[in-house]
Design a protein around this ligand. Structure first.
Ligand SMILES: C[S@@+](CC[C@H](N)C(=O)[O-])C[C@H]1O[C@@H](n2cnc3c(N)ncnc32)[C@H](O)[C@@H]1O
Length: 264
Protein backbone atom coordinates (compact mmCIF):
# COMPACT_ATOMS: atom_id res chain seq x y z
CA UNK A 1 0.00 0.00 0.00
CA UNK A 2 1.27 3.48 -0.89
CA UNK A 3 1.91 5.66 2.18
CA UNK A 4 2.38 9.37 1.52
CA UNK A 5 5.20 11.29 3.23
CA UNK A 6 2.53 13.18 5.21
CA UNK A 7 1.12 9.88 6.53
CA UNK A 8 4.54 8.63 7.55
CA UNK A 9 4.89 11.71 9.77
CA UNK A 10 1.72 10.93 11.66
CA UNK A 11 1.61 8.31 14.39
CA UNK A 12 -1.72 7.39 15.94
CA UNK A 13 -5.09 9.14 15.49
CA UNK A 14 -4.22 9.70 11.84
CA UNK A 15 -7.75 10.75 10.80
CA UNK A 16 -8.07 13.22 13.62
CA UNK A 17 -4.68 14.71 12.81
CA UNK A 18 -5.56 15.03 9.14
CA UNK A 19 -8.75 16.90 10.13
CA UNK A 20 -6.77 19.16 12.44
CA UNK A 21 -4.26 19.94 9.70
CA UNK A 22 -7.10 20.75 7.28
CA UNK A 23 -8.97 22.93 9.79
CA UNK A 24 -5.84 24.93 10.64
CA UNK A 25 -4.73 25.01 7.01
CA UNK A 26 -8.01 26.80 6.25
CA UNK A 27 -7.57 29.26 9.12
CA UNK A 28 -4.10 30.70 8.52
CA UNK A 29 -5.22 34.33 8.12
CA UNK A 30 -6.88 34.52 11.55
CA UNK A 31 -3.87 32.97 13.23
CA UNK A 32 -1.46 35.22 11.34
CA UNK A 33 -3.29 38.48 12.00
CA UNK A 34 -5.04 37.93 15.34
CA UNK A 35 -3.44 40.12 18.03
CA UNK A 36 -4.17 37.45 20.64
CA UNK A 37 -1.29 35.32 19.30
CA UNK A 38 0.89 37.93 17.63
CA UNK A 39 1.93 39.70 20.78
CA UNK A 40 1.84 39.51 24.55
CA UNK A 41 3.95 39.19 27.68
CA UNK A 42 3.63 35.43 27.45
CA UNK A 43 5.34 35.46 24.06
CA UNK A 44 8.14 37.60 25.50
CA UNK A 45 8.57 35.16 28.39
CA UNK A 46 8.92 32.17 26.07
CA UNK A 47 11.45 34.08 23.98
CA UNK A 48 13.41 35.17 27.08
CA UNK A 49 13.60 31.53 28.15
CA UNK A 50 14.88 30.42 24.71
CA UNK A 51 17.12 33.33 23.75
CA UNK A 52 20.43 31.70 24.76
CA UNK A 53 19.94 28.86 22.28
CA UNK A 54 21.75 28.42 19.00
CA UNK A 55 19.37 25.81 17.54
CA UNK A 56 15.69 26.11 18.37
CA UNK A 57 12.62 24.17 17.32
CA UNK A 58 9.12 25.64 17.52
CA UNK A 59 6.54 22.83 17.57
CA UNK A 60 3.05 23.61 16.17
CA UNK A 61 4.26 27.00 15.08
CA UNK A 62 0.96 28.19 13.56
CA UNK A 63 1.71 31.47 11.80
CA UNK A 64 5.21 31.42 13.31
CA UNK A 65 4.91 34.12 15.97
CA UNK A 66 7.13 32.35 18.51
CA UNK A 67 9.63 31.07 15.94
CA UNK A 68 9.88 34.55 14.38
CA UNK A 69 10.39 36.24 17.75
CA UNK A 70 13.06 33.70 18.75
CA UNK A 71 14.90 34.29 15.44
CA UNK A 72 14.58 38.08 15.90
CA UNK A 73 16.22 37.71 19.31
CA UNK A 74 19.33 36.31 17.58
CA UNK A 75 18.96 32.53 17.76
CA UNK A 76 20.82 31.57 14.61
CA UNK A 77 18.90 28.48 13.53
CA UNK A 78 15.15 28.28 14.12
CA UNK A 79 12.97 25.49 12.74
CA UNK A 80 9.25 26.37 12.47
CA UNK A 81 7.27 23.11 12.41
CA UNK A 82 3.57 22.34 12.16
CA UNK A 83 1.21 19.59 11.07
CA UNK A 84 -0.50 21.93 8.57
CA UNK A 85 1.62 22.67 5.48
CA UNK A 86 -0.26 25.99 5.00
CA UNK A 87 0.79 27.10 8.49
CA UNK A 88 4.43 26.27 7.76
CA UNK A 89 4.19 28.27 4.52
CA UNK A 90 2.58 31.19 6.38
CA UNK A 91 5.26 31.18 9.09
CA UNK A 92 8.18 31.09 6.69
CA UNK A 93 6.79 33.85 4.49
CA UNK A 94 5.84 36.01 7.45
CA UNK A 95 9.20 35.83 9.27
CA UNK A 96 12.72 35.90 7.81
CA UNK A 97 15.32 33.29 8.54
CA UNK A 98 13.04 30.40 9.54
CA UNK A 99 13.46 26.86 8.31
CA UNK A 100 9.99 25.37 7.82
CA UNK A 101 8.97 21.74 8.08
CA UNK A 102 5.72 19.75 8.25
CA UNK A 103 5.91 17.66 11.40
CA UNK A 104 3.69 15.77 13.84
CA UNK A 105 4.52 16.91 17.37
CA UNK A 106 4.35 13.31 18.58
CA UNK A 107 6.93 12.10 16.10
CA UNK A 108 9.69 14.63 15.58
CA UNK A 109 11.89 13.70 12.60
CA UNK A 110 15.11 14.98 14.17
CA UNK A 111 18.08 13.18 15.69
CA UNK A 112 18.41 13.03 19.47
CA UNK A 113 20.04 16.04 21.21
CA UNK A 114 19.60 18.20 18.08
CA UNK A 115 18.23 21.40 19.70
CA UNK A 116 19.13 23.49 22.71
CA UNK A 117 15.65 25.04 22.88
CA UNK A 118 12.19 23.74 22.02
CA UNK A 119 9.13 25.98 22.19
CA UNK A 120 5.45 25.10 21.94
CA UNK A 121 2.66 27.62 22.51
CA UNK A 122 -1.12 27.18 22.56
CA UNK A 123 -1.14 23.88 20.68
CA UNK A 124 -0.70 20.89 22.99
CA UNK A 125 -4.46 20.66 23.66
CA UNK A 126 -4.64 19.35 20.07
CA UNK A 127 -2.22 16.50 20.65
CA UNK A 128 -3.91 13.12 21.26
CA UNK A 129 -0.88 11.79 23.17
CA UNK A 130 0.79 14.55 25.22
CA UNK A 131 3.13 12.05 26.85
CA UNK A 132 4.46 10.94 23.43
CA UNK A 133 4.97 14.61 22.57
CA UNK A 134 6.94 15.29 25.76
CA UNK A 135 9.05 12.16 25.26
CA UNK A 136 9.97 13.49 21.82
CA UNK A 137 10.81 16.94 23.20
CA UNK A 138 13.07 15.37 25.81
CA UNK A 139 14.76 13.23 23.12
CA UNK A 140 15.51 16.07 20.66
CA UNK A 141 16.75 18.43 23.38
CA UNK A 142 20.44 18.30 24.22
CA UNK A 143 21.16 17.71 27.93
CA UNK A 144 20.45 20.98 29.76
CA UNK A 145 18.44 22.33 26.80
CA UNK A 146 15.36 24.37 27.59
CA UNK A 147 11.72 23.60 26.85
CA UNK A 148 9.56 26.75 26.85
CA UNK A 149 5.93 25.65 26.88
CA UNK A 150 2.59 27.40 27.07
CA UNK A 151 -0.95 26.13 26.76
CA UNK A 152 -4.48 26.73 27.88
CA UNK A 153 -5.16 25.39 31.37
CA UNK A 154 -8.33 24.12 33.03
CA UNK A 155 -9.18 24.39 36.72
CA UNK A 156 -8.16 21.42 38.89
CA UNK A 157 -11.85 20.59 39.57
CA UNK A 158 -12.65 17.72 37.13
CA UNK A 159 -16.25 18.86 36.57
CA UNK A 160 -15.22 22.38 35.60
CA UNK A 161 -12.41 20.95 33.49
CA UNK A 162 -14.76 18.73 31.54
CA UNK A 163 -17.27 21.59 31.06
CA UNK A 164 -14.53 23.78 29.55
CA UNK A 165 -13.32 20.95 27.32
CA UNK A 166 -16.86 20.31 26.09
CA UNK A 167 -17.14 23.95 24.97
CA UNK A 168 -13.68 23.88 23.40
CA UNK A 169 -14.50 20.73 21.40
CA UNK A 170 -17.68 22.31 20.04
CA UNK A 171 -15.70 25.30 18.90
CA UNK A 172 -12.92 23.20 17.39
CA UNK A 173 -13.51 19.49 16.70
CA UNK A 174 -9.71 19.08 16.62
CA UNK A 175 -9.51 20.06 20.28
CA UNK A 176 -8.50 16.97 22.27
CA UNK A 177 -8.13 18.05 25.90
CA UNK A 178 -6.97 21.06 27.86
CA UNK A 179 -5.20 19.82 30.98
CA UNK A 180 -4.51 21.33 34.38
CA UNK A 181 -1.10 22.71 35.38
CA UNK A 182 -0.73 19.84 37.90
CA UNK A 183 -1.30 17.26 35.17
CA UNK A 184 1.30 18.89 32.93
CA UNK A 185 3.84 18.96 35.75
CA UNK A 186 3.35 15.22 36.33
CA UNK A 187 3.79 14.50 32.62
CA UNK A 188 6.93 16.67 32.41
CA UNK A 189 8.49 14.83 35.31
CA UNK A 190 7.55 11.42 33.92
CA UNK A 191 9.22 12.39 30.62
CA UNK A 192 12.45 13.28 32.43
CA UNK A 193 12.03 17.05 32.02
CA UNK A 194 12.90 19.08 35.10
CA UNK A 195 10.52 21.99 35.64
CA UNK A 196 12.33 25.11 36.89
CA UNK A 197 9.68 27.81 36.35
CA UNK A 198 5.88 27.86 36.21
CA UNK A 199 3.62 30.85 35.51
CA UNK A 200 -0.11 30.44 35.95
CA UNK A 201 -1.94 33.27 34.26
CA UNK A 202 -5.03 33.92 32.16
CA UNK A 203 -5.99 35.50 28.88
CA UNK A 204 -9.13 37.45 28.04
CA UNK A 205 -10.98 36.05 25.04
CA UNK A 206 -13.59 38.08 23.15
CA UNK A 207 -16.17 35.36 22.55
CA UNK A 208 -17.26 36.39 19.03
CA UNK A 209 -13.70 36.89 17.75
CA UNK A 210 -12.70 33.56 19.31
CA UNK A 211 -15.55 31.80 17.47
CA UNK A 212 -14.79 33.66 14.23
CA UNK A 213 -11.13 32.53 14.27
CA UNK A 214 -12.27 28.92 13.77
CA UNK A 215 -15.23 29.92 11.57
CA UNK A 216 -17.65 28.08 13.88
CA UNK A 217 -20.99 27.31 12.18
CA UNK A 218 -24.18 28.86 13.57
CA UNK A 219 -25.65 25.70 15.15
CA UNK A 220 -22.47 25.10 17.16
CA UNK A 221 -22.25 28.79 18.09
CA UNK A 222 -25.74 28.53 19.56
CA UNK A 223 -24.78 25.43 21.54
CA UNK A 224 -21.63 27.10 22.87
CA UNK A 225 -23.56 30.24 23.81
CA UNK A 226 -26.10 28.12 25.63
CA UNK A 227 -23.41 26.21 27.56
CA UNK A 228 -21.76 29.51 28.48
CA UNK A 229 -25.11 30.90 29.65
CA UNK A 230 -25.62 27.80 31.86
CA UNK A 231 -22.02 27.61 33.07
CA UNK A 232 -21.50 26.65 36.73
CA UNK A 233 -21.16 29.68 38.98
CA UNK A 234 -17.67 28.51 39.98
CA UNK A 235 -16.57 28.63 36.34
CA UNK A 236 -18.12 32.06 35.82
CA UNK A 237 -16.08 33.30 38.79
CA UNK A 238 -12.86 31.48 37.87
CA UNK A 239 -12.98 32.75 34.28
CA UNK A 240 -14.25 36.26 35.13
CA UNK A 241 -17.19 36.31 32.70
CA UNK A 242 -18.02 39.80 31.35
CA UNK A 243 -21.40 40.60 29.88
CA UNK A 244 -22.67 43.25 27.43
CA UNK A 245 -24.69 46.17 28.82
CA UNK A 246 -27.90 44.11 28.55
CA UNK A 247 -26.37 41.81 31.20
CA UNK A 248 -27.28 38.75 29.10
CA UNK A 249 -24.78 38.34 26.30
CA UNK A 250 -21.36 37.11 27.35
CA UNK A 251 -18.76 39.32 25.69
CA UNK A 252 -15.54 37.91 27.07
CA UNK A 253 -13.93 35.72 29.69
CA UNK A 254 -10.46 34.98 30.97
CA UNK A 255 -9.33 31.49 30.11
CA UNK A 256 -6.64 29.79 32.18
CA UNK A 257 -3.11 29.67 30.77
CA UNK A 258 0.05 28.05 32.04
CA UNK A 259 3.71 28.52 31.08
CA UNK A 260 6.43 26.06 32.02
CA UNK A 261 10.18 26.24 31.61
CA UNK A 262 11.75 22.81 31.87
CA UNK A 263 15.19 21.35 31.19
CA UNK A 264 16.22 18.10 29.60
C1 LIG B 1 -3.24 27.85 17.96
S1 LIG B 1 -2.18 27.31 16.72
C2 LIG B 1 -0.56 27.59 17.30
C3 LIG B 1 -0.20 28.99 17.60
C4 LIG B 1 1.27 29.29 17.59
N1 LIG B 1 2.07 28.34 18.33
C5 LIG B 1 1.48 30.70 18.14
O1 LIG B 1 1.96 30.85 19.26
O2 LIG B 1 1.13 31.65 17.41
C6 LIG B 1 -2.19 25.54 16.92
C7 LIG B 1 -1.33 24.85 15.88
O3 LIG B 1 -1.12 23.50 16.28
C8 LIG B 1 -0.95 22.75 15.08
N2 LIG B 1 -1.08 21.33 15.42
C9 LIG B 1 -2.17 20.67 15.87
N3 LIG B 1 -1.88 19.38 16.08
C10 LIG B 1 -0.58 19.20 15.77
C11 LIG B 1 0.31 18.09 15.82
N4 LIG B 1 -0.10 16.87 16.21
N5 LIG B 1 1.59 18.29 15.45
C12 LIG B 1 2.02 19.51 15.05
N6 LIG B 1 1.23 20.60 14.99
C13 LIG B 1 -0.06 20.45 15.35
C14 LIG B 1 -2.05 23.30 14.19
O4 LIG B 1 -1.86 22.99 12.83
C15 LIG B 1 -1.94 24.80 14.48
O5 LIG B 1 -1.13 25.48 13.57
Amino acid sequence: MFVSPQERLVTNDADRKRDVATAFGDATDGYRDGAVLKEGNDLETLVDWSADATRALDVATGAGHVAGAVADRGVSRVVASDLAPEMVATATSEYDGLEGTVVDAERLPFPSDRFDAVTCRFAAHHFPDPEAFLAEVERVLAPGGVFAFEDLAVPADPELASYVNRIERLRDPGHVETSSPAQWRDWFEAAGLTVDAVRETSRRLEVDAWLDRMDVPDDRRREIRSLLADAPVALEAAFDFRYADDGERLESYRTGVVLFRARA
